[in-house]
Design a protein around this ligand. Structure first.
Ligand code: PHE
Length: 463
């Protein structure tokens, strides 16, 4: 998918090649955005934070903060055409500021590695659940049985560790070969397939008898159920699910041909990802209520609700298998995005081959991942700050590092870069440009800092 730049049209070319088309870029970014964030994380954190009000805040964050941050990241990436660390240093200097903007790229590289360390563990669960689906483990089982299967599996650190190891190996394999081969085909097939399967499951959910209750839980705003901490989680989820704030989109933007529209690419990704998340919620909550489960079940939510539903439908073995296989692919195309900034940086900085860089970085991430493997069994009772090791890494990355990255990225693109540079990348200074600039200059950074300050409790509640 990436081909070496031949024509001298682009002002600067990327060391790693360019996407073959705008569509290839959109597919890659969509592949990175659509993942466990939509199907696993969105439903369980919505359940934990009381539903409707949380979803509304999340949607506001996606469109008013996520969209301008994503456009800023892509435009910076394409202008610099290097890994996020080098791009920020280069543009910082070029725009008359400082090379130290590279720090923002560096924090993003670390955030991506930390996220991948637990992402890979949960992706490992989907591998194990694919095997359980094929062998018919869920057929005709009760809610208690299915809960028992989940706790027995996650309680066994060795099985979880093996599944995590397999998933990390898959990720290292693809990143080592270069992002271009295979990714495009995977996404081209996976995203529409997930969409169709979700619509099918939605039909099942509508017939579960509790659709109205589930939809009302998700869509009726009950703001007294939402704390400022919940608002921070909603904002963090907007960053996590769109893959922004850590340089993944910036790294992908570096390979985007000069003439492609950044705005429409970003809009396509945001709409696709948000639709899938909302569908996932509308599938899962009716099933939660139909089976008397607790919406605040936590990280196991989708691993309990869907197997239960599959176990009761005819042809459920086939559908369960298809669903979990698709989820493996969705997680795989995301994990590549999580690792790409670190690998692109190591290749450029240490002059390593992609294979060497991916292996070294992958092993490091794999080792850190055992903190999360143990968070569900041997170290489940070791809690500090926000809870288990897993909960702390998740909170630190999604709710702090990504939004903070977002502040700096928008401030850089909309305040530090001169108007000519950003307008050049965004295709001139029309109304859309002005809207982006307004959101990126004022709305996004102010909103992010405001939510931080509220969640930490520095600002009193006036009510
Ligand atoms: N967006 C991915 C998901 O929803 C996770 C991710 C975050 C991927 C950041 C790349 C970068 O699963």
């Amino acid at each position: 998918m990436l081909k070496a730049e031949t024509a001298g049209k682009a002002p600067r070319t990327s060391l790693h090649g360019h996407w073959s088309s705008r569509m290839a870029f959109i597919l890659a970014v969509t592949g990175s955005a659509v993942g466990l964030g939509d199907f696993w994380k969105f439903p369980y954190i919505t359940g934990e934070n009381g539903g409707g009000a949380f979803v509304i805040v999340y949607l506001f964050c996606v469109f008013l903060i996520g969209m301008p941050v994503m456009m800023s990241e892509i435009l910076i990436g394409r202008r610099g055409r290097r890994n996020p660390v080098a791009t920020m240093a280069l543009l910082g200097e070029e725009e008359g500021s400082s090379r130290h903007w590279s720090l923002i790229g560096g924090v993003g590289v670390i955030a991506g590695m930390l996220i991948l360390s637990y992402y890979s563990v949960i992706a490992g669960w989907t591998i194990a659940y694919t095997l359980k689906s094929v062998s018919g483990s869920f057929v005709g089982r009760s809610a208690e049985d299915i809960e028992g299967i989940f706790s027995a599996f996650t309680g066994n650190w060795l099985s979880v560790g093996i599944a995590h190891t397999i998933f990390m190996a898959l990720t290292i394999f693809v990143v080592a070969r270069g992002v271009e081969r295979g990714l495009e085909q995977a996404v081209r097939f996976m995203v529409p397939a997930l969409f169709v399967l979700m619509l099918f499951l939605l039909g099942y959910s509508i017939n579960s008898g509790h659709f109205a209750e589930g939809a009302a839980f998700m869509l009726t705003p009950k703001f007294d159920a939402l704390t400022w901490d919940g608002v921070l989680v909603a904002m963090g989820q907007a960053f996590f699910t769109l893959s922004i704030g850590m340089g993944a989109v910036m790294a992908y933007g570096a390979y985007l041909p000069a003439e492609s529209s950044i705005t429409s690419a970003a809009a396509a990704v945001v709409v696709a990802d948000t639709t899938l998340s909302m569908l996932a919620g509308l599938v899962i909550f009716p099933l939660v209520f139909a089976n008397g489960l607790n919406p605040g079940h936590g990280p196991g939510l989708v691993f309990v609700t869907l197997p239960l539903a599959f176990g009761q439908m005819s042809g459920g073995v086939v559908f369960a298998t298809i669903f979990f296989v698709l989820l493996i692919f969705a997680a795989w195309t995301s994990s590549i995005g999580l690792m790409e900034p670190a690998v692109a940086w190591a290749v450029e900085h240490f002059h390593k081959t992609r294979a060497q860089a991916a292996t070294m970085i992958g092993i490091l991430i794999w080792a850190v991942g055992f903190g999360t493997v143990f968070s569900f069994n041997v170290l489940a009772d070791v809690k500090f700050l926000k809870g288990t090791f897993f909960e702390n890494v998740d909170h630190l990355t999604s709710n702090i590092m990504l939004p903070l990255g977002g502040v700096f990225v928008t401030v850089f693109a909309a305040w530090v870069m001169c108007r000519n540079s950003s307008a050049d990348e965004l295709g001139g200074t029309g109304p859309i440009y002005n809207l982006w600039r307004f959101l990126a200059r004022y709305v996004a950074p102010v909103a992010i800092v405001f939510v931080f300050v509220k969640a930490i409790g520095l600002l009193p509640d006036l009510s």
